[in-house]
Design a protein around this ligand. Structure first.
Ligand code: TXA
Ligand code: MG
Length: 361
């Protein structure tokens, strides 16, 4: 297939919208990661997404909208209690547009393939301007998973999409690197208690500030508690995309606490991925003290050392923005394994740690 690769512009967005209306697939930037979009009402186009990504049919897609008016077309509001509606509107007011996907009863016009047979659909209103314009111009809602082969690293640049899916889709819109770098938070508000199904760009703490306690139902493939019967169709996973092993680079990855990381011995064919500059410096210092024992020297030139730091200052947003980017780069590096340091478990750190843990399985 001949794919068109174009920077975001008025013309390319028009062209992309036309492709979506014709049932084609377009990769486009969002504030989180690049999405692989198709018309959410076109079952055939949706089937192509699963085929191209090699994605199991039990893993439902997120449906993207660019106005609150469209919400009614993709959901069935009549199934929501007044209380849930109130929560929905305060969440939408505070976090939309933005990196939050809300699980809601689906509209019957959305084909079952989009939601893997579930009676609910995850709905997201992205804040990225190009994404909004594309959705508006297409005149429909856009189903879009991350634009990567199933289970592999998520794309935070148009080039990542081109490398892995370039020959299988109609168009890639290049909007440069994404800002947040991890996917949206998935929140189920259909039940009595509100549940986080995937940590992501909207921190749990911020959601709790607005609507009170939120339960964690971030599944690990074994998870089974509290699922509706509809969800049993998807292998008993609350959020089927949350398989234990996911977001994986093509190299073994091991994750450590700060203390463990600093104690790791030097290995010439490993990459060391520090969360912050101070941990990296502490590690380097400890290794220098061992230099007398020949550690660095016997293993080769010091410049062969592959060191990366997510954020010099240890800022979680900066770290999440480059997480997948660095992992994509290391995938291509001549190293045989990756040692990575956990982020602090707060704010976006929860999403970063979730992705690192899954990448390590
Ligand atoms: O940031 C994002 O959310 C990106 C961009 C492109 O918007 N999209 C994305 O999609 O990450 P995807 O397909 O890679 O992940 C969708 C996640 C999966 O874990 C899936 O299981 C969950 O959302 N999900 C979708 N519909 C659901 C539903 N009805 N109930 C529970 N989980 C659902
Ligand atoms: Mg994905």
């Amino acid at each position: 297939m001949i794919m068109t690769f174009l920077p975001v512009s008025h013309e390319s967005l028009q062209q992309a919208a036309q492709i979506l209306r014709n049932g084609g697939l377009v990769a486009f930037p969002t504030e989180t990661v690049y999405g692989l979009g198709a018309d959410a009402f076109n079952a055939e186009a949706l089937a192509k997404i699963f085929e191209v990504k090699n994605r199991p049919r039990f893993d439902p897609l997120i449906i993207h909208i660019a106005s609150l008016d469209t919400l009614e077309k993709v959901t069935d509001m009549s199934q929501l209690s007044e209380e849930t509606k109130r929560k929905l509107f305060s969440l939408a007011e505070k976090f939309w547009p933005g990196p939050l996907s809300l699980v809601l009863p689906k509209n019957e016009k959305i084909p079952g393939i989009a939601t893997a047979g579930l009676s609910t659909a995850a709905i997201r209103f992205p804040s990225h301007e190009a994404a909004q314009t594309l959705i508006s111009l297409s005149g429909t809602a856009v189903a879009a998973p991350s634009a990567n082969p199933f289970g592999s690293l998520s794309p935070t640049r148009a080039e990542h999409v081109r490398d892995k899916l370039g020959d299988k889709i109609d168009m890639i819109l290049d909007g440069g690197p994404t800002q947040i770098g991890v996917e949206s938070t998935v929140l189920d508000i259909t039940g009595k208690s509100i549940k986080i199904l995937r940590h992501g760009g909207t921190p749990k703490e911020e959601i709790e500030k607005l609507i009170g306690r939120v339960e964690e139902n971030v599944s690990n493939a074994e998870a089974s508690g509290g699922l509706s019967s509809a969800n049993e169709a998807s292998g008993g996973l609350a959020s089927p995309g949350q398989l234990k092993s996911h977001y994986s680079p093509q190299k073994p990855l091991l994750v450590f606490s700060r203390e463990e990381m600093i104690r790791l011995p030097y290995e010439a064919d490993a990459a060391y991925l520090f969360f912050d500059g101070s941990a990296r410096d502490a590690w380097l210092e400890a290794r220098e003290q061992q230099e007398g024992q020949g550690r660095l020297d016997t293993h080769g030139r010091p410049e062969a050392l592959v060191l990366r730091t997510f954020s010099e200052k240890g800022a979680v947003l900066e770290a999440s923005a480059c997480l997948f980017e660095i992992l994509h780069e290391l995938e291509k590096c001549r190293i045989s394994r990756i040692f990575a340091q956990f982020a602090p478990f707060e704010g976006l750190g929860a999403a970063i740690n979730d992705r690192l843990s899954r990448a390590s399985k």
